[in-house]
Write a protein that binds this ligand. Structure first.
Ligand SMILES: [Zn+2]
Length: 385
């Protein structure tokens, strides 16, 4: 299993560091940088030991590798505005705080550098169009990057999903205590339908356990809210999954919508959480029509066998087929589209908004009810009653 690089101190060490931070210039982090700090601190971004310096940044952007040769496809950077950056000196320390100003970590500033946003956009997102939410986030970022080692003495406060927030060390320990030697990770930011369930269970047929790891950090405003997605998982697990084979936990990461690059990134993060396998579906982490359907699967061929330390499991389009009379995929079903129960995202949203449950072949009724209830809450504000 790959090494876990936790950047977190506790007890007396944490107290001393917190005291030192009080005397340092403090930078308040955005929601996105805060989730990066959280993942860095808990080892979710191993082998990274902080926000990237220029060599690692350029390596990640241009070549999907860090300066030490390790694979890493996503820039993990801390951007400051020119005013803030002016007060930051290379070789000195700064404190990193949450949005309320509560200090959480100390960063040893190794390097302060400018960067080319269009180069990053082209390489990471494969487009410079600002209609792409990842590119828009990048272009709205401040202009100076600060790189250096991070040591955290606190984690961002969360009021939601407390029982599902496990660090990589905790998920690894849980897998070990359950005797799982092989574990498949499933990333999602969408509600769960039969097609996802089928893919998860196909994967579970060949490994010991399943880590359902929905992303609950920042997503697009039109994505379904994380608490609704979590309720869908809870009812699905309670009714259709063997409890001893599944662990539901949340990933505090923000979505970047970088498609292929993000698929590799998602895989590496799940490796750090202790997974041996990772599910990559069609258009993984994509948005709009920026990426080809299988780009997020093909990108794994650009890495040497074994290099990533986690095995991707690739899945094609899945659905219920009335002629096969079971869940299937375009790989396994010979029938035409009329036999297949396929609904577009828009169709499903319209049905749910109208209080109509999608066909049982498409969604489990328990899940459909959670989604309908959530949609109704949105259209009927509580104060109207
Ligand atoms: Zn069929």
């Amino acid at each position: 299993m790959s090494d876990l690089n936790e950047l977190f101190v506790t007890g007396a060490q944490a107290g001393a560091l917190c005291e030192r931070a009080a005397g340092l210039p403090v930078v308040r982090l955005s929601a996105r940088s805060l989730s990066d700090l959280e993942l860095l601190a808990m080892g979710g971004y191993s082998p990274l030991d902080g926000f990237m310096t220029r060599a690692d940044y350029l390596g990640a952007v241009q070549d999907m590798h860090l300066s030490n040769g390790e694979p890493w496809p996503m820039p993990i950077t801390l951007a400051l505005d020119a005013g803030e950056a002016a007060s930051v000196k290379e070789g000195r320390e700064i404190g990193l705080a949450d949005e309320a100003g509560r200090p959480l970590a100390v960063l040893e500033v190794a390097e302060k550098y400018g960067y080319d946003k269009s180069l990053e956009a082209r390489n990471v997102f494969r487009t410079e169009e600002e209609a792409h939410p990842g590119v828009a986030a990048l272009y709205s970022q401040e202009d100076v990057l600060i790189g250096g080692r991070v040591t955290a003495f606190g984690l961002p406060a969360h009021e939601d999903f407390a029982q599902y927030r496990l660090t990589p060390a905790q998920t690894r320990a849980e897998f070990a205590s359950r005797g799982w030697r092989t574990v498949v990770g499933f990333q999602t930011r969408n509600p769960v339908h039969r097609a996802h369930e089928y893919i998860q269970k196909c994967a579970l047929e060949i490994v010991d356990g399943l880590l359902l790891h929905p992303l609950v950090g920042e997503t697009k405003s039109d994505d379904i809210a994380a608490d609704v997605r979590m309720r869908c998982y809870e009812v699905l697990l309670a009714n259709y999954y063997p409890g001893g084979r599944v662990l539901l936990s949340v990933n505090p990461a923000a979505m970047r919508y970088a498609g292929p690059r993000e698929a590799v990134f998602h895989a590496l993060v799940r490796r750090n959480f202790g997974c041996t396998h990772f599910i990559v579906g069609r258009d993984h982490a994509g948005v709009g029509s920026y990426y080809g359907t299988f780009d997020a699967q093909r990108i794994f061929e650009e890495f040497a066998p074994g290099e990533l330390g986690i095995t991707p499991l690739m899945f094609d389009h899945t659905f219920f087929c009335r002629k096969c009379d079971e869940m299937a995929s375009v790989k396994t079903c010979p029938h035409d589209s009329e036999a297949r129960v396929v609904l577009s995202g828009t169709q499903v949203r319209e049905m749910l908004k109208g209080g109509i449950e999608p066909p049982i072949e498409f969604s489990r009724p328990e899940v459909a009810r959670v989604l309908i209830e959530a949609m109704q809450e949105r259209v009927t504000p509580h104060h109207a009653i």
